[in-house]
Ligand binder design. Structure first.
Ligand SMILES: NC(=O)c1ccc[n+]([C@@H]2O[C@H](COP(=O)([O-])OP(=O)(O)OC[C@H]3O[C@@H](n4cnc5c(N)ncnc54)[C@H](O)[C@@H]3O)[C@@H](O)[C@H]2O)c1
Length: 297
């Protein structure tokens, strides 16, 4: 094992010996195929369903890639006209996974996917909710422009779907080793320029996470969110004024923030929550934002 630069040490490590498994895991991330390296990944033996992969910029793509490198078996879902793009994107993953069709507005889809997952995996250890959609009037037009039916569509897809998906996969999650549901959030504690009704949807997602955590904890199921800083994805590019987030974030976040490369930090946090390393954490919102949320100016 070679020497490590100071910046390479994980925060808790005091010596090189202590970093061995971490370093091997980093090596694993850099491209050692699953099963061929010296490490056992933190998701070894876990079965995951990951929604929300559209392109390789999607936050969920990074989660799927890191999860596979950490030993997980993965199934993806794709939606509507984007399904063929998801299928093409899936081929770029280290171990190209099966892609199933899932539109969260179609009640039959979740049941069909749950049956397919039961057939392939038997049980499910983790479910990733990386889904968001807002009709145009809900973003960048202030709070008065959107009609109820537009807001209702947005809430159904972006908020309620955490409940409907969790419900559909509940028997499979409860039968596994301790299910982990992880959703993607954008900090809803304050009002952002242009984020408008999507901020309301995310506030609902945060509250729903706490209620689901409360209800499902007795079945050994954890429900948590990662509140990510801004990352340039298809969904983010559709937010008018997204550029104003980008500039402020990079300047203010104590650890800094890069909208092009910090998806990897988001992916690793999701994988940690999917693993056995957060066994007593539920109803939580973990910020992966360079520390932006913690400082005022
Ligand atoms: N990119 C960011 O800056 C950022 C920051 C914080 C949180 N998030 C959240 O991350 C999640 C993923 O977004 P992303 O930025 O990776 O963008 P993305 O465009 O890559 O992903 C959005 C996904 O939502 C899916 N989707 C939309 N409507 C659907 C439906 N009816 N049924 C099923 N799937 C549907 C799309 O197919 C797509 O895969 C979203 O919840 C988003 O709000 C993103």
């Amino acid at each position: 094992m070679g020497k490590f630069a100071r910046g390479d040490l994980p925060p808790m490590a005091k010596s090189e010996g202590e970093v061995t498994s971490w370093a091997l895991s980093r090596r694993h991330l850099r491209g050692t195929p699953p099963g061929k390296g010296l490490t056992v990944g933190i998701l070894e033996g876990k079965n995951l369903l990951i929604t929300g992969v559209l392109t390789d910029d999607s936050l969920a793509y990074g989660v799927a890639e890191t999860a596979q490198r950490e030993g997980a078996r993965v199934i993806l879902t794709g939606f509507g006209r984007g399904l063929s793009l998801t299928t093409r994107t899936a081929r770029k993953l280290p171990d190209p996974p099966e892609v199933l069709e899932l539109d969260v507005q179609d009640p039959d889809h979740a049941a069909t996917v749950a049956a397919a997952v039961a057939d392939r995996f038997g049980t499910l250890d983790g479910l990733v909710h990386a889904i968001g959609f807002a009709p145009a009037n809900c973003l960048g037009h202030g709070m008065m422009a959107a009609s109820w039916s537009e807001v209702a569509t947005m809430l159904e897809v972006s908020t309620y779907s955490l409940k409907s998906l969790t419900e559909a996969f509940l028997p499979l999650l409860a039968a596994g080793t301790g299910g982990s549901v992880v959703g993607l959030d954008f900090d809803a504690a304050q009002a952002w320029p242009g984020y408008d009704w999507m901020g309301v949807a995310k506030a609902g997602l945060e509250s729903l996470t706490r209620y689901l955590a409360r209800e499902l904890g007795p079945q050994g199921i954890r429900v948590n969110l990662i509140a990510a800083g801004p990352i340039r994805t298809i969904a983010a590019k559709s937010i008018p004024g997204f550029a104003t987030f980008e500039e402020v974030w990079g300047e203010r976040a104590p650890l800094g923030w890069d909208v092009n490369t910090d998806a990897d930090a988001v992916a690793r946090a999701c994988v940690a929550l999917l693993s056995d390393w957060f066994p007593r954490t539920t109803g939580e919102i973990i910020h992966v934002d360079g520390g932006f949320h913690a400082v005022g100016a």
